[in-house]
Design a protein around this ligand. Structure first.
Ligand SMILES: Cc1ncc(COP(=O)(O)O)c(C=O)c1O
Length: 383
């Protein structure tokens, strides 16, 4: 894990705002996922942080990939350019899922030759698959409860359970091979029961489809949602893994290939941001700090990902009081935290940092107000 001293040295060397990616942490996270969920193959959700270096490290660790657009597909396949065409095709066939239920027609046409694994959740998408990518292999996404998840996804995606059997058969009638089912319990889910409910719903649909005659579904995609340890309220991963393993083993025979699309779990702890105080004022007895990274930049997860990011000072044993921390732009929306525990007397030029910033942060950074995204530094890359 990166030390506070390393953060300061890197900030002095590279300037701020700085976004540091620790690749040892990526390796640790994928190893932990595999250790506790041995039946589930991780397909890294590239959307959570698409940096090619991150994708490459996970590729080197043997990860598979969840892509949701053609550019994300390209980031993944950059890693296999050394393979022969036949090997590339085989790798894409086995190691990529296009997990966006709504797909652009051009993309479907362009990627049809790979017989891509794709998700769908409605009839119009079946028509598109038939017309533009008849060779794709479909996974039906079910709508499942997202209770307690920080980012709710079921209001936008997933077929209602009562529609599912028909949607499987409609795809089959259209000549599309249906491989299995998927779900997403919502990102940063802390109600582990969501997984139990989703697995039971999926098992029920598997059974109903088989009863009507089609017995070739053999894949179960458990989506993302595995929470990052942002604070002590998040129960440890082995606790969640036990819940999942129990239902999985009770409900699905071992021949069913299980995969998942973890994003945040893989990269949140691998990202640290370091910024500099560019302004300060005291109003109503409260110190306000204005730093050179904010809600339009590395802290964009506050808006897009409902994150609560904490800003820390490097000062040892300082008395902490409630302060406010703002980003650099002219928008009043650019607030990192109105209630942050910090020393009241930090000075202009002092550095501050936030940890657990790897997911949904730099990925949604903008150039608003002319401020570029934070500079990125990778540490512990393998040569
Ligand atoms: C289809 C799909 N899979 C996986 C993910 C990754 O989720 P998480 O970062 O919660 O693991 C998302 C996130 O939005 C998603 O939409």
């Amino acid at each position: 894990m990166i030390t506070r001293q390393q953060m300061q040295e890197l900030a002095r060397e590279h300037g701020t705002p700085l976004f540091i990616v620790d690749h040892d942490e990526l390796r640790r996270n994928i190893a932990m996922f595999r250790k506790y969920l041995p039946r589930v193959t991780p397909f890294y959700a590239i959307k959570s942080n698409p940096m090619p270096e991150i994708v490459h490290t996970l590729y080197e660790e043997g990860a598979s990939f969840d892509v949701a657009s053609q550019p994300e597909f390209e980031v993944a396949v950059q890693n296999i350019k050394h393979m022969s065409e036949a090997e590339q095709k085989e790798w894409i066939y086995n190691r990529i899922i296009y997990a966006n239920t709504i797909k652009p027609m051009e993309m479907l046409e362009a990627l049809d030759k790979y017989r891509l694994l794709v998700t769908y959740d409605n009839e119009e998408e079946i028509k598109k698959l038939k017309k533009y990518s008849p060779n794709s292999r479909a996974i039906l996404r079910i709508c499942v409860p997202n209770k307690g998840a920080v980012v709710e996804l079921s209001s936008k995606f997933g077929a209602f359970p009562e529609e599912c059997v028909d949607l499987v058969y409609k795809a089959l009638d259209a000549g599309i091979s249906v491989e299995g089912l998927s779900f997403h319990v919502g990102s940063q889910t802390t109600e582990f029961e969501n997984y139990t409910i989703a697995l039971n719903l999926a098992a029920d649909i598997f059974e109903q489809v088989a009863k009507r005659g089609y017995k070739k579904m053999h894949m179960l995609d458990l989506g993302g949602g595995y929470p990052a340890p942002y604070d002590e309220s998040v129960k440890p991963f082995p606790v969640l893994a036990e819940v999942i393993n129990k239902s999985l083993n009770a409900l699905f025979p071992k021949e069913v290939f299980c995969l998942a699309e973890p994003g945040r779990f893989m990269n949140a702890t691998a990202g640290t941001s370091v910024a500099r105080i560019n302004g300060r004022t005291v109003r109503g007895g409260k110190t306000r700090y204005y730093i050179n990274d904010g809600a339009y930049h590395t802290y964009s997860g506050i808006i897009f990902d409902h994150q609560h990011c904490h800003v820390h000072s490097f000062r040892e044993n300082a008395e902490l009081v409630e302060c406010a921390v703002f980003g650099p732009t002219c928008d009043a929306l650019d607030v990192i935290s109105a209630h942050e525990q910090l020393p009241a007397d930090l000075q202009i030029g002092d550095l501050v940092y936030s940890d657990n910033m790897g997911a949904y942060s730099h990925a949604s950074s903008t150039w608003f107000n002319g401020f570029p995204p934070a500079k990125v530094v990778h540490i512990n890359l393998k040569k």
